[in-house]
Design a protein around this ligand. Structure first.
Ligand code: FES
Length: 329
């Protein structure tokens, strides 16, 4: 049995089953809900039931004050709906309010694509999932090697199954060791998250995401979050791959474009690695985008960011219109 749940103040509506926690339902519809433990002990997911009814689906240790109980406060992580509901929740849309976390992940899958990208999937314990905002980074510690700082390449709506994209040609010893020797169930320590949150959740313009090479990883996280928000705006994704760099998630991008009417996708190649700016200027002429009418989310290495910005400067872009996420080589 499923019920219609309305989350205030955004007014977002989502179907939630009688077995799914209201925390999971809120994250699934793209709300950056405040929470920590997800097991009923910290109280960070406190919310107020304004209409409807709920029931506990797990034991809770957190104790509310009498006054809070009287005002129908409850824990989103530990309750599911038993009727249509309206719930007032606490959101955190700023990176500063996300606590630093240390989590022992368990390695679950590594897939090498076109001998260039290793797609690593790891699992956080159910009682300690990763809370982060789309486009943020974490440090991964493998065995005794120095940390690898990587963008999270999956949606913040699922802090338990987490994906990272590693470059097979990386010179970082930890990346090389991890790709060559990690075994099923092995631990990887995660610390984080780090980095800013750029998404404007109430945009006035359409949204354009530009990923260059491995900049696709944070863009994927941001794009999945934005799709969950169900904004009425047009969303465009341009993925520029330089020579020898594959569009390693091309199929997924195409399936998103098929599944979401408002999303379009262009995979572009540039050969001129020594003159990316000139090449991008040419590429942007081919791109079917009114650049001036979009919020632009760009993720690339430092050198490529400069090139893309220079190429965009011919497109009547206003200051502050390009929001940048810098990734490492
Ligand atoms: S997230 Fe800790 S009590 Fe719900």
């Amino acid at each position: 049995m499923s019920y219609q749940v309305t989350f205030l103040p955004q007014g977002k509506q989502v179907e939630c089953s009688a077995h799914e926690s209201l925390l999971e339902a809120s994250l699934r519809c793209g709300i950056n809900t405040a929470y920590s433990c997800a097991n009923g002990s910290c109280g960070d997911c406190k919310a107020r039931l304004l209409m409807g009814s709920t029931q506990a689906i797990q034991h809770t240790d957190f104790r509310f004050k009498e006054s809070e109980k009287n005002q129908d406060w409850f824990l989103l992580c530990s309750y599911a709906p038993t009727s249509d509901c309206t719930i007032e929740i606490q959101e955190t849309n700023s990176a500063e309010t996300i606590p630093q976390q240390e989590i022992q992940l368990k390695f679950s899958k590594l897939k090498i694509v076109e001998n260039r990208i290793a797609i690593l999937t790891a699992r956080a314990p159910r009682s300690k999932t990763l809370r982060f905002l789309a486009g943020q980074f974490v440090d991964l510690f493998f065995e005794d090697f120095d940390a690898i700082r990587v963008p999270v390449a999956s949606c913040p709506c699922n802090g338990m199954i987490i994906e990272f994209h590693l470059d097979v040609l990386s010179k970082h010893p930890a990346v090389t060791a991890l790709i060559s020797s990690i075994v099923s169930g092995q631990s990887i320590k995660l610390r984080g998250p780090f980095g800013a949150y750029h998404i404007n959740e109430n945009p006035e313009r359409d949204l354009l995401f530009i990923a260059v090479d491995n900049g696709f990883a944070p863009i994927r996280s941001m794009l999945e979050h934005v799709l969950a928000l169900e904004l009425p705006h047009k969303i465009q994704l341009i993925w520029i791959a330089s020579e020898n760099y594959p569009h390693y998630y091309d199929n997924i991008c195409r399936s998103w474009a098929d599944a979401f009417d408002q999303l379009s996708y262009q995979a572009l190649y540039t050969q001129a690695v020594d003159d990316l700016q000139k090449s991008c200027k040419q590429l942007f002429k081919q791109a079917l985008v009114d650049f001036a009418a979009t919020d632009i989310y760009l993720a690339a290495t430092a050198d490529n960011i400069n090139c893309i910005q220079a190429a965009l400067s011919y497109k009547n872009i206003q200051a502050g219109q390009v929001l940048i996420t810098q990734v490492s080589e």
